[in-house]
Design a protein around this ligand. Structure first.
Ligand SMILES: CC(=O)N[C@H]1[C@@H](OP(=O)(O)OP(=O)(O)OC[C@H]2O[C@@H](n3ccc(=O)[nH]c3=O)[C@H](O)[C@@H]2O)O[C@H](CO)[C@@H](O)[C@@H]1O[C@H](C)C(=O)N[C@@H](C)C(=O)N[C@H](CCC(=O)O)C(=O)O
Ligand SMILES: Nc1ncnc2c1ncn2[C@@H]1O[C@H](COP(=O)(O)OP(=O)(O)OP(=O)(O)O)[C@@H](O)[C@H]1O
Length: 515
């Protein structure tokens, strides 16, 4: 799916529901006749609209969705739901209009009604936090499969419905897309779903209409300060997930100091977990074995119950994520012994695209591609890579344009602090000047106490080749940022590009591999 906008997954056999029933259920003001009108779907984007849809016109950052009501009508929408301002704009579309105060806030509950998603739902798990949401969600899905369930997944990288997999657009889809996905999962017999919940999703009502059986919190650190004015506002955005409207039970990692604050403000029963020795939590994760291929750990719970297993990734943080996933299952009612039995000798079976993913072969330097784009993520992944590196640790890194610029200095500093050779390059410049993003990373690198050899190389295709050419047997290269992505956003254009493919090509060209 290179560079293209991935599709929205919807139910293949949607049931029609009378629009008058919707209006009655939610006490919505309707303008125009609803006689005989039935809806089979709902969307807030004309790009995804299907005939029979209710088109929801929300006020966006750039446009009011109601401006596209005519387009929606042409594509087969049967009615519009919007606010008062939108109703004035959409009047010409000659469709009935449902008027609500805040269409985005209504979208989740209305979508749940349209697709009947909360009638006999699957087991629902929601994970939030700055780092580790994708990893925990994929690990959770893997373990749920291992205990024998048909699973679903919604993560930054992919949406899964049993064996079907499509690339994701947003980390957490808009509520109408989320409920359509759940409806499609029901058709496929999915019994348990792992959902990654971003702060933006909570702020923008994307998981409204869903009550998760178990919600999990990984950690909180500097990120997204373009969307939130400060860390406190970012932290507050995460809290609604731990209230009865969104979750029944919670598992909170105390690995970052924000964890205790989540516990203090939760209004649902929560249990705690930590992989840190200096933190007192109900569940503990202790590393037992670290190899370049997996991390072994022991999970011990209240009353001394315990499980020993392994996660096929490197770094203490991946054991922490796996422990969180297992305790979320325990909170959902699975027996720890049954989970241990299903994991067997070989441990957790899960593939995480572009998360500390090793793309090199047996010969030459180890090359890892990772999605980390925050100082905390860099610190942990660099430490994990260094642990298995006998030679030099080489870091290739760029920063997102048009996203939280306040973290760039710290990204540069942490990178320089943890490596021997630093190659500063470009990531998604978007509408920013890539040279000035690199300059800020370089300024940050100069603040480190460590003094690595530094190269500035643009574009990233050249940067990875410089890194590979500098590397010798025993060295490791960590390419942080691009992860699973298959494009770069350059001035609003998605240019086809895969860091994993580029890294493999660079290794081939240098004679280190034939893959
Ligand atoms: C800042 C933000 O969240 N923007 C979201 C928002 O866009 P917007 O407000 O700019 O929309 P707009 O262009 O003004 O249009 C208004 C409305 O008209 C509709 N429209 C517009 C044009 C048209 O031809 N037809 C049409 O129907 C749009 O779908 C929208 O509903 O509504 C759009 C439609 O749903 C989203 O795609 C878009 O997400 C953008 C792509 C985005 O990048 N969001 C990021 C910040 C985000 O949500 N990230 C989080 C976290 C990631 C992480 O953890 O790292 C995530 O969950 O992905
Ligand atoms: N528990 C953790 N603590 C700190 N860093 C972590 C943790 N788990 C993963 N990371 C690192 O954070 C980065 C992102 O991991 P992951 O994609 O799982 O997180 P995420 O929360 O989904 O982030 P995003 O929303 O940006 O996709 C990677 O570099 C990964 O190695």
């Amino acid at each position: 799916m290179s560079g293209r906008i991935p599709p929205v997954l919807r139910p293949e056999h949607p049931a029609a529901r009378p629009l008058s029933g919707l209006v009655e259920e939610f006490g919505i003001e309707a303008r125009g006749s609803l006689d005989g009108i039935e809806i089979t779907g709902i969307t807030l984007s004309t790009a995804d609209l299907q005939p029979g849809d209710l088109y929801v016109g929300v006020r966006g950052e750039h446009r009011h969705g109601a401006e596209f009501a005519g387009d929606a009508a042409q594509k087969g929408a049967v009615a519009i739901m919007t606010d008062e301002a939108g109703a004035a704009i959409a009047g010409d579309a000659a469709l009935p209009i449902l008027v609500v105060d805040d269409p985005r806030a209504a979208l989740g509950d209305v979508s749940a009604w349209v697709y009947r998603t909360m009638e006999e739902p699957p087991l629902l798990f929601g994970t939030t936090g700055t780092n580790g949401k994708t990893s925990t969600s994929h690990l959770l899905e893997g373990i749920l499969r291992q205990v024998g369930l048909v699973t679903g997944l919604s993560s930054t990288t992919e949406r899964h419905i049993g064996e079907l997999s499509v690339v994701s657009r947003l980390t957490t889809p808009e509520a109408s897309e989320m409920h359509a996905l759940l409806a499609r999962m029901r058709e496929a017999g999915v019994r348990a779903v792992a959902v990654e919940v971003s702060a933006q999703a909570l702020t923008r009502h994307r998981v409204d209409g869903i009550v998760f059986d178990v919600v999990g919190f990984t950690n909180l650190s500097h990120d997204h300060l373009d969307d939130y004015s400060d860390m406190e506002e970012y932290f507050q955005a995460k809290l609604p997930l731990f209230q009865p409207e969104r979750g029944r039970r919670g598992v909170v990692s105390l690995d970052s100091p924000y964890g205790q604050r989540v516990v203090d403000s939760a209004r649902i029963p929560v249990t705690t977990i930590s992989a840190r020795d200096d933190v007192d939590a109900e569940w503990r994760v202790q590393l037992t074995d670290e190899t370049p291929l997996y991390t072994g750990f022991r999970l011990t719970g209240p009353g001394g119950q315990s499980l020993e297993t392994r996660v096929p990734l490197i770094g203490w943080h991946m054991a922490a994520n796996a422990g969180l996933a297992i305790v979320m299952m325990v909170e959902a009612g699975f027996e720890l012994d049954a989970i241990a039995h299903a994991l067997g000798e070989t441990g957790i079976d899960a593939y995480l695209p572009g998360r500390i993913e090793r793309v090199s072969g047996e010969e030459g330097p180890s090359v890892y591609v990772d999605f980390g784009h925050s100082p905390d993520a860099f610190e942990n992944t660099l430490a994990a890579v260094r642990r298995f590196t006998t030679g030099r640790t080489i870091m290739v890194v760029g920063a997102d344009g048009d996203r939280d610029a306040t973290k760039r200095h710290e990204m540069g500093r942490v990178s320089a602090e943890g490596c021997d050779v630093l190659v500063i390059t470009d990531h998604h410049p978007r509408f920013e000047d890539p040279a000035s993003i690199r300059a800020t990373l370089l300024e940050g690198a100069a603040l480190a106490t460590n003094r690595p050899e530094i190269h500035e190389v643009s574009p990233p295709e050249a940067a990875i080749r410089v890194a590979v050419n500098l590397a010798r047997e025993g060295d490791s290269i960590l390419w942080a940022g691009p992860g699973h992505q298959d494009y770069r956003d350059i001035r609003g254009v998605r240019t086809e590009y895969s860091a994993r493919d580029e890294a493999r090509a660079a290794l081939r060209e240098a004679g280190w591999s034939t893959r």
